[in-house]
Each structure stands twice: as C-alpha cells, then as structure tokens.
Design a protein around this ligand. Structure first.
Ligand code: FE2
Length: 276
C-alpha cells in the first residue's frame, strides 16, 4: 500500500469560500497529488490542521478523495481545528471542544474518511492508529535545564507566542490538551502499523525544523514521545504542525512531516507491505 503524507492543509487560508468547483480544488492540489492523472498513493494521511470551518473541511476532504481517487483518507485534528475563528464561530460553539467533537463526528460519518481520536482504523490489512496529541515542556526542560521554568512562565510564553490560547475557548493552560491526549496515544501505539499525530513525538533538536533552531518556543511544536517511539509497533509515524518537510528515524520508527506549503512542493509517500 502506498501512503501519501500531508498535513496543515489550512483549507480556509487557501479557499475563501465554502463551495468550490473541481477546477478550484485542482488548481491548488494538482501539483501535489497528480501523478499520471491520479494520486500516486492508495491512502492519504492528513496529520491535522484541516481548517477553521467544519463544513468547509468536510466538503474539501470529500472532493480531494473523489478527484484524486483515494481509497481512504485518514486524519487527525490539529490545534487549528479547535480554533473559533470570528464572531460567527463564537456564536455557533460554546467552546472549542464542542467544535472539535463535531468535526470528528462529521469526518467519521463520511464514506472512506476517518478521524483518529485514540482508535485504530484498518484499511486493507494496514492498521492506522493515532490522535491529535499535544505539546509539553520537554524541550524546555531538556535544553534549558537551568532556567527552571515555572508553569506560569511557560503559560505566559505560550500566550505571547501562540494563537492557541486567544483563538480557542476552554483551553486554559499550554499543556491541558497534552494531558487529555496522552491516554489516546497510549491506547493505540502498540497496536498499529502507522501512527498519526499532529505534534512531533520527538523533542530532540535534530528532529525539529532547522528554521527555529534553539528557540524556546520549539516546545510548542513537540512532546516527549520517546517512550512511544521505542515501544510502538508502527513502522511509520506521521505528524504535522511544523510547516516543513523532513523525515528522521528514532528507534526503528521512521517519522515524517510534509506540511502543505511552498516548502513541500511534492507529495511525500511511503510504501507499507500489506500482503502479510
Ligand atoms: Fe498546528
């Protein structure tokens, strides 16, 4: 099975309206997806950050599946999928968790499109497991041990540097969702062939984007998933959030990010043997 890897589609950034023609969609994505008239891969993984509007996300996922003839699309949510963008969204949803829950349910009600949230989906013998995941303070503690960051100081840094606080409702601390998401990763990492999270499971500098080398805010782009990488049955771990395209290997698990932006002008694909 060939798995195409993408993340950070940010539909609302690239499409200013909800309903788009096939031509509009192909204009944005053909350069990624098209190989001899159709998608190269059998399954598309989208590792989070679909977009700010649930209904637009569904319309575009369905169109991508149909136009590029994917057998299945596997998603997880990202931090942007918790955002309440504008007054309309704030009126529509009491908090970010209600929006995220609605999006997961909407995705899973589509034919051949799945949103992993601490569960496993098997496609033609290949088990995909995952959840959004979230960042923690592992990077700061490892690379700045003498700074002795308090929770308050990390929260202040988070609020100053990440829109994740101001754009959401109901998330009070930088690591609230980390604690909520961890059991979902625990539940699946030993049972699957491919793991998907939005957040990078390694906090080691050499596994992060080179662009932000040594920056303290790297902590909001990764978590200490070393235990999971060592213990997982997955051969590939696909993540997003970092707007970059690179791969690394950690304890026999190959980790990949391929965010949709100008730096990843081609699809990244992996082959996984599903014939036993
Ligand atoms: Fe993100």
């Amino acid at each position: 099975m060939i798995i195409d890897i993408l993340s950070d589609l940010h539909f609302d950034y690239y499409f200013k309206q909800f309903n788009n023609s096939n031509k509009d969609v192909k204009k944005v994505y053909d350069r990624y997806f098209l190989h001899d008239g159709r998608a190269a891969g059998d399954v598309l993984v989208v590792a989070g950050d679909l977009g700010h509007y649930n209904s637009q996300n569904i319309i575009l996922l369905k169109m991508i599946k149909k136009i590029y003839e994917y057998r299945a699309i596997i998603c997880v949510l990202g931090n942007h999928d918790y955002y309440l963008d504008g007054l309309v969204a704030r009126d529509d949803y009491e908090n970010s968790f209600i929006r995220a829950k609605e999006l997961i349910e909407l995705i899973n009600s589509q034919d051949g499109i799945y949103c992993l949230d601490g569960n496993i989906v098997e496609i033609e013998g290949v088990k995909f497991g995952g959840a959004m995941g979230w960042y923690d303070d592992a990077y700061l503690k490892h690379y700045h041990p003498l700074r002795n960051f308090s929770k308050k100081s990390i929260n202040d840094m988070w609020k100053d540097n990440m829109p994740d606080f101001s754009m959401t409702e109901g998330i009070e601390n930088f690591d609230d969702l980390y604690h909520a998401e961890l059991p979902k990763i625990e539940a699946v990492y030993k049972e699957c062939d491919v793991m998907v999270t939005h957040i990078n499971p390694s906090f080691q500098s050499e596994h992060l984007s080179k662009e932000f080398l040594n920056q303290q805010t790297n902590t909001f782009f990764c978590f200490n998933g070393h235990k999971f990488l060592r213990g997982t049955t997955a051969k590939h771990w696909i993540f997003g959030h970092t707007h970059d395209s690179f791969s690394y290997e950690f304890a026999n698990c190959k980790c990949h990010v391929n965010a949709f932006n100008e730096r990843a002008p081609t699809m990244k694909s992996v082959y996984i043997n599903n014939e036993g």
